[in-house]
Design a protein around this ligand. Structure first.
Ligand SMILES: [Fe+2]
Length: 265
């Protein structure tokens, strides 16, 4: 009989179910260990390369479909902070609904749209560059929200420092001018959309986009964004969008993250 300590972790290969000599079993264990190590290394590399990694790149085999709900290649990223960490400026309830319901819904719908299609193997960015209609909307909203969560941090806000602060002085006229332009973009976006700080070949500007539209469709690199869809602020601020914009600028912006993006180009 094989030693229990070796066989127990691989119960599906229990000698009671699959009688076999020890040599093939040990070969199987060794092979599966190598496969596990290769898979772990591939997953680790993927995580380092891109926070928006398309899981299909590491998992070429189409994912299973169960319960009528396609489990596609795209997944909801974890928030980079605890759900309570941004309160009182952004409540845990808002993050529960915005991240856990709205963003999750975009991911779920995106996976349904690409299920069984060639698009399932595309990166999110490649899909956004060519897709139209519902596929573009859901792909772009997945990207926008994934980006938005990384634009905030607990005890953030205030003025930027470093190279980004210098570029804001050079291209926009200083922080006060940036704050005025960004607030006007966020307040002036009629209906749903986004306010952005972007770089166009190193030159900064403030923009706004409607619905799911985003800077990469306009040759710009996104450095910072604020979601001004009503679902982003209605629980905490009701119709007071101006208070939401001010809270974001004064208490939530992660300028260090924006600096890293600016430096990376
Ligand atoms: Fe949103």
């Amino acid at each position: 009989m094989q030693p229990q300590k070796v066989i127990a972790p691989l119960q599906r290969y229990s000698p009671c179910d699959h009688p076999r000599s020890s040599e093939p079993l040990m070969r199987e264990i060794s092979m599966r260990r190598r496969e596990f190590l290769r898979t772990t290394a591939a997953m680790t590399t993927g995580l380092v390369l891109s926070s928006f990694a398309n899981a299909a790149e590491e998992q070429p085999t189409p994912p299973p479909i169960s319960g009528g709900n396609p489990v596609g290649p795209f997944t909801l990223p974890d928030l980079p902070y605890a759900r309570e960490a941004l309160a009182p400026h952004m409540s845990a309830e808002t993050l529960d609904i915005h991240h856990g319901k709205h963003h999750q819904a975009y991911v779920t719908s995106l996976n349904k749209l690409v299920a069984g299609k060639a698009e399932a193997t595309q990166t999110l960015e490649a899909m956004i560059s060519t897709a139209e209609g519902p596929l573009f909307n859901h792909a772009a909203q997945h990207w926008n929200h994934s980006f938005f969560w990384t634009c905030m941090k607990p005890d953030g806000g205030g003025k930027p420092t470093g190279p980004l602060a210098e570029a804001i002085n050079r291209d926009i006229g200083g922080y006060d001018a940036f704050r005025k332009m960004f607030s006007e973009a966020a307040m002036g976006q009629f209906g749903s959309g986004w306010a952005w700080l972007v770089s166009t070949q190193g030159t900064l500007s403030v923009t706004k986009t409607s619905n799911a539209d985003l800077p990469m469709k306009h040759g710009q690199v996104a450095l910072l964004t604020l979601d001004v869809w009503e679902h982003a602020y209605y629980i905490d601020y009701r119709n007071r969008r101006a208070d939401y914009v001010a809270a974001f600028l004064d208490h939530l912006v992660d300028w260090e993250a924006a600096n890293r993006r600016f430096i990376a180009g």
